[in-house]
Design a protein around this ligand. Structure first.
Ligand SMILES: [Zn+2]
Length: 76
């Protein structure tokens, strides 16, 4: 289960809009291709990431509940 969670060092990373690689959100440009990410774009990417994280958490809770449900039916 722990393998499904992203490593801590990925928390401050953004997906570069140009090359699609993970880059440091504190740096003004992509560390891979040098693409300059504007403040506005950065904010949008961070917002997007938070939304994705929320969705991932909901999926995780859903799987967890499904497992509990499945086990409660198996158990005597
Ligand atoms: Zn890039």
């Amino acid at each position: 289960m722990a393998m499904l969670l992203p490593p801590i060092n990925l928390r401050r990373r953004l997906l570069c809009p140009r090359c699609g690689m993970l880059t440091d959100e504190r740096k003004p440009a992509c560390v891979h291709c040098g693409y300059h990410i504007s403040q506005r774009q950065r904010r949008e990417l961070i917002r997007e990431r938070k939304r994705k994280k929320k969705n991932a958490a909901l999926v995780f809770v859903g799987i967890f509940l499904a497992l509990i449900f499945a086990f409660s039916r198996i158990a005597p």
